[in-house]
Write a protein that binds this ligand. Structure first.
Ligand SMILES: *Cc1c(COP(=O)(O)O)cnc(C)c1O
Length: 426
């Protein structure tokens, strides 16, 4: 049912279509395993010759329905849920990179991803080169090596809110014969569908807006089906040559446009096993049913809060792409004409101590290590997520010491602004 319906309909209906007498609501298949009548039937599943469930680490009907909904929303050919956004980003790269390989990534990415790419993947023999997303095509291309296998970026970076020029990144990636992988967590497919701009693989931390209620950590990888792996077969032996662990099956030959996502499931999830629990997938699905409504409200509220902050003389600076004068306003208009996300960053005059006093005075907005859910929340990276860094190191990471990350929820904008006002005056 994917392509003919609009995103609002897909949010509510895609992925699960009950037949006569079946539950109206997607059931939670809280079962590790599935029953067969003959040994032969089971054997065909292990050979990937038949489609069917046998063990939840590989596939589960609840998870698959939710993955299918997200694939439909992004306009992809297939998707796989993971236990977290971290797992999704790791698998997305590891599915096409092995020891001795290299990839290029935007430097403006989530801190957890930055560590994963720069430190942990290095221990596996996979190297990364970081480039600023505003770099020219020539500068990005200059970071490529003969063993480079992917280009990576975040549509809207967390927490610094740079906006990725997806078409520019896609052009460089494709000239170099590698896929563009985009972390689309902050805009969600409601506000941006990176495949329409040339991205090949999309990843999400579903923990954020997709769940939207801060109940479940999760992730997803979506395959556009558009990248021609066989055209660059020498770069991608894992997809284009026989897999010993599957009786010599070649993913591109056996699965065509779904080669990448099938390998991620059949090989990486089988061997590394960060599966999302069916219970969490069920909760994620409930979140997705209202994603279109919530994103609209997040954006409307964030715009109002950003405009309020911009006018307040206690505020030193505000970063929100919805503001006219913002550095990324034009890119945001191009890629996200309906709005970007609900996250704003700003700094107060007076720096670190004033920021801390302000945050402690907020009543409605809670101090939590989270972002992008229904409740307004706030975080001061210099005192929390990045507290081990000096002011100089913070600046090098693109995080100003006075940066307050304010995640605008779906409450009344008037109440949120009143809370900010009383805290500024405290
Ligand atoms: C939170 C986040 C992640 C990591 O996701 P988890 O679900 O916390 O593992 C990755 N990318 C972005 C952009 C994020 O905001």
């Amino acid at each position: 049912m994917s392509q003919q319906f609009k995103p609002e309909t897909l949010c509510v209906q895609a992925g699960y279509t009950p037949k006569k007498g079946e539950p109206r609501v997607l059931p939670i298949y809280q079962s590790t395993t599935f029953k067969y009548d003959t040994s032969e039937q089971m054997a065909r599943l292990f050979d990937l010759e038949d489609n069917g469930y046998f063990y939840t680490r590989l596939q589960n009907p609840t998870n698959d329905a939710v993955a299918a909904k997200i694939a439909a929303l992004e306009g992809g050919v297939g998707a796989m849920l993971t236990a977290s956004g971290q797992a999704a980003n790791f698998y997305a790269i590891f599915n096409i990179c092995q020891a001795g390989d290299h990839f290029v990534s935007s430097s403006c990415i989530y801190g957890g991803t930055f560590n994963l790419f720069g430190v942990t993947m290095k221990k596996l023999g996979i190297e990364v080169t970081f480039i600023h997303p505003d770099s020219s095509e020539e500068e990005i291309a200059a970071a490529f090596r003969p063993n480079t296998k992917a280009l990576f970026g975040e549509t809207i970076s967390n927490p610094t809110l740079e906006i990725l020029d997806i078409e520019k990144f896609a052009r460089v990636a494709h000239q170099q014969g590698v896929p563009l992988i985009v972390d689309n967590t902050f805009p969600t497919p409601i506000n941006c569908r990176p495949f329409e701009w040339g991205a090949d693989i999309v990843v999400h931390s579903t923990t954020k807006y997709m769940d939207g209620h801060a109940t479940s950590v999760g992730g997803v990888i979506v395959d556009s089906g558009n990248f021609d792996w066989d055209a660059h077969a020498e770069k991608f032996p894992g997809l284009c040559t026989p897999d010993e662990s599957y009786h010599g099956l070649t993913y591109t030959k056996a699965f065509g446009k779904q080669a990448y996502i099938t390998k991620a499931t059949a090989q990486l999830m089988r061997d590394l096993g960060s599966i999302q629990s069916p219970q969490n997938a069920f909760l994620l699905n409930l979140g997705l049913e209202t994603l279109h409504l919530r994103m609209a409200q997040h954006c409307k509220n964030a715009q109002a809060v950003a405009e309020y902050l911009e006018k307040n003389d206690k505020v030193a600076w505000v970063n929100y792409a919805g503001l006219q004068g913002n550095k990324y306003h034009e890119l945001a208009q191009k890629y996200m004409p309906g709005g970007t996300c609900g996250v704003i960053s700003f700094g107060l005059k007076g720096g670190r101590d004033v920021s801390i006093k302000f945050m402690d005075s907020l009543k409605l907005a809670a101090i939590v290590t989270h972002v992008a859910d229904a409740r307004t929340c706030v975080l001061h990276p210099a005192s929390h997520t990045h507290r081990q860094l000096t002011d100089e190191q913070l600046m090098a990471a693109g995080v100003r010491p006075d940066l307050i990350r304010f995640s605008v929820g779906i409450e009344s904008a008037e109440d949120i602004i009143a809370d900010i006002e009383q805290a500024l005056n405290a």
